[in-house]
Design a protein around this ligand. Structure first.
Ligand SMILES: NC(=O)c1ccc[n+]([C@@H]2O[C@H](COP(=O)([O-])OP(=O)(O)OC[C@H]3O[C@@H](n4cnc5c(N)ncnc54)[C@H](O)[C@@H]3O)[C@@H](O)[C@H]2O)c1
Length: 331
């Protein structure tokens, strides 16, 4: 029987998911990928140079979980100034693996935030020192709260250090941490955050390194979140030489992740990558084995993360009858 199509706007979705559920789902998705049981063709791109825009098409299929979806996400840098619109607009179409029907079309902003936070959480769980207690966050924009929310569930956080070019944003994130009962401090410089933390999250759109090698210390773990486009970079390439480097996916990371610039300059290659995170999640390779090692996780965001997170949001929406439901488009 034909299934109706559920439409979920951003306002229907915000706050629907529990980060602990998403952490478990992302880890499960990475296990599936590590075991070679996912289908995830490389991201495709459509370019709109006249409008300074690009559209990414991200399909993913997890047969064991019976979930598939396609995410469309654009980056149109002139949107805020010219049209009063966000730079990024994400839309996710959930596909029934049984029939191929679209069962839900949802705004993808909230799901993207939750899954991006959760993957840092999973990487921190697998790669950070067990006694890590100080979390540093550089970049307190949209992703910041999701990063804090995820990492605090996998690490015994005692102190949060935050910095942002816009101090009010850093203050807001520090207030959120304090609301969780954590000690929190706004720092004036990136250096202060990096030197003082055990686990660092970088979540800025920087296109030049803002984390210097001399500030990085033994035993720390770094989640590089902000770089997911060619030509961008948040940490100095020399840090990669000192570190155990883990990527979410070599193809994606080498083209668009934190390692893309060093790879394009011949300063880094695949032999410098210890593992893809799915291999560690699936138990094929150990995570951290040395308390003194510096670990770096380069995440570009995988379609399978969107698939499992969006299906969970859809499940909640079905249960609570969120959004609106229309007749199938194809009838
Ligand atoms: N890896 C992934 O899967 C993934 C997913 C979503 C977003 N991203 C990327 O993460 C980055 C952050 O995304 P967002 O949505 O939070 O963006 P945002 O614009 O909402 O926030 C970025 C914040 O970084 C701050 N910032 C910029 N340069 C800085 C610097 N040198 N020092 C300190 N703070 C600085 C800005 O003031 C801003 O508050 C973007 O580059 C985005 O493309 C990655």
């Amino acid at each position: 029987m034909a299934r109706k199509l559920r439409m979920l706007r951003a306002s229907d979705l915000n706050g629907t998911l529990d980060m602990r559920d998403v952490l478990a789902l992302i880890e499960q998705a990475f296990v599936e990928r590590g075991l070679g049981r996912t289908e995830m063709p490389p991201k495709s791109y459509l370019h709109f140079p006249a409008h300074q825009g690009v559209l990414l098409i991200m399909p993913g299929n997890l047969p064991q979980m019976n979930e598939a979806a396609v995410k469309l996400i654009n980056v149109h840098t002139r949107n805020p100034a010219d049209y009063n619109l966000p730079t990024l607009i994400a839309t996710i179409v959930l596909i029934s693996p049984d029939t191929g029907e679209p069962v839900c079309i949802m705004d993808g902003t909230y799901v993207t935030g939750m899954r991006t936070g959760a993957v840092s959480g999973v990487a921190t769980k697998l790669l950070a020192r067990k006694d890590a207690s100080v979390l540093g966050i550089v970049g307190a924009g949209f992703q910041g709260p999701f990063q804090l929310e995820a990492v605090r569930h996998v690490m015994a956080v005692e102190m949060v250090l935050v910095t942002d070019l816009i101090p009010e944003r850093a203050k807001k994130l520090a207030d959120m941490a304090a609301g969780f009962g954590l000690a929190a401090r706004v720092c004036e410089t990136v250096e202060e955050v990096v030197r003082g933390c055990d686990v660092l999250v970088t979540a800025t759109p920087s296109d030049r390194p803002i984390v210097r090698e001399e500030w990085v210390h033994d035993g720390m773990h770094i989640n590089c979140v902000g770089t997911y486009a060619k030509g961008k970079q948040e940490i100095e390439a020399t840090i990669l030489k000192r570190a155990v480097v883990v990527v979410d996916d070599w193809e994606q990371a080498s083209h668009a992740g934190e390692i893309n610039v060093p790879v394009s300059r011949g300063q880094f290659d695949r032999s410098g990558v210890y593992a893809e995170l799915p291999e560690i999640a699936a138990g094929l390779k150990p995570g951290r084995t040395d308390d003194r090692a510096i670990t770096v996780f380069d995440t570009t965001g995988l379609a399978i993360q969107d698939v499992v997170t969006a299906w969970k949001a859809f499940e909640v929406a079905e249960r609570k009858n969120l959004g609106s439901v229309i007749e199938p488009l194809y009838l």
